[in-house]
Write a protein that binds this ligand. Sequence first.
Ligand code: XMP
Length: 511
Amino acid sequence: MQHQRVLVLDFGGQYNQLIARRVRDLGVYCDLKSCDMTVEAIRAYDPIGIIFTGGPNSVYDPAAPQIDGEILALGIPVLGICYGCQLIAHTLGGRVERAAQSEYGKREFSFVKASPLSEGIPAASVCWMSHTDHVTEVPQGFAVLASTESCPVTVYGSAERRIYGVQFHPEVVHSEYGNKLLENFLYQVCGAKGDWTMKNFVAEQVAALKEKLGGKRVLCAMSGGVDSAVAAALVHRAAGDNLTCVFVDHGLLRKGESEEVMTVFKEGLGMNLVRADAGERFLTKLEGVSEPEQKRKIIGAEFIKVFEAEAKKIGAVDFLVQGTIYPDVIESGKDKSAVIKSHHNVGGLPSVVDFKEIVEPLRDLFKDEVRRVGTELGLPESVVQRQPFPGPGLAIRIMGEVTREKLATLREADFIFREEIAKAGLNREIWQYFAVITNSKTVGVQGDFRTYENVIALRAVTSVDAMTADWARIPFDVLERISTRITNEVPHANRIVYDITSKPPATIEWE
Ligand code: XMP
């Protein structure tokens, strides 16, 4: 079945993925595509509406992305946001000017004329601005719909042409009724039916996968992470026993994690799941190695070798499942930036498996949609809401050489930290929280005796995409409980410190 689709044309704004996520959350499928998409391609895509995102340029920059005016003559509803709003005005003969002052942050705006966009939104409310240029004259046939004190054309549009522009960012939470405005555009202007739900997605994907995989052999590498877990569970619904999952346990997972994977997937879902118990092998390879990049490289290479050995035992398969998700698809179209850390993930596996085709059942989904699909498939909260966890595991949370003793100490400390954060009800608002075992020992006193033990650092950050992050303001009483418990219950830890560095300049992980 073909869903109704909205096209989000990307003009380089920082919130572009967020716009697409909001549209999906409102029950309408959308794709984020480059702003240079041709009119023919747009027509072929057949969207029920088009959204132009914001972008860093001024419409007058010689290098600024422009649009073919024909897009606005297709009869398809259009909503321009920030740069997109200015671009529509500029293209249709309105006027865009540099404002006397850039506007950033919250502003109150008022509707001056009712329109389908303003339905259910109070006459005055708060919006989030971030711009220098603004529209000063709307194109012929268009009306000013809302203003702020300093931005006379905050919203404008033409009900007849079904084209609208908003200067503020409706997609960010600081815009009080921003989501309602987007909903109005989709449902009142574009005639959306709301046919994008995860329940539908699962039903359709399972049917499509059954047809595609029908009776053939399928292999999937499971890491314990959300994406590979959901991909495996989805494919399992369609392929049943024809699917074999290989779980490479490198011995660097958190406490209880490896057992949980086996319980949920092998016992719970009855999957054909092979665990390669390779902890010793990884630890031996890591002996004497303390340089972070070297650790990462060793683990990445070893992971592939272990997987290859398992895949050989299974023999040739028809399909290899990959847990690629939509942001990976979007990002892969962009230039690579400087390598800060060499990431380990399962991308290198295809080269060592004898297979005919790759299946990526999640490649159209954002992370929050993947989680909802997981819930739809009956996976437990602990799997579905799992925080991001680096491929090299605890090895990069142990500063210096990875030893069995340090690993045992870290596992226990990390477990207590996670348990207390969950008890305090903070687990959903903090992006990532984990313990690190530093390469320092300090003097302490426990039970009248001098101790000389490890310093454990606690790291907890808030973030939306891990590109930037801020340290989480965990209440002192929660930190106090964690510190008391770790120093009391965990051997070889006598001092706890809390990391108060944002990213940048630090990174989320310590190595
Ligand atoms: P950093 O430390 O670079 O981490 O701020 C950003 C995000 O990426 C995660 N991370 C990894 N994820 N393989 C992964 O799949 C890796 O090798 C890896 N290293 C870091 C990190 O946990 C954070 O969410």
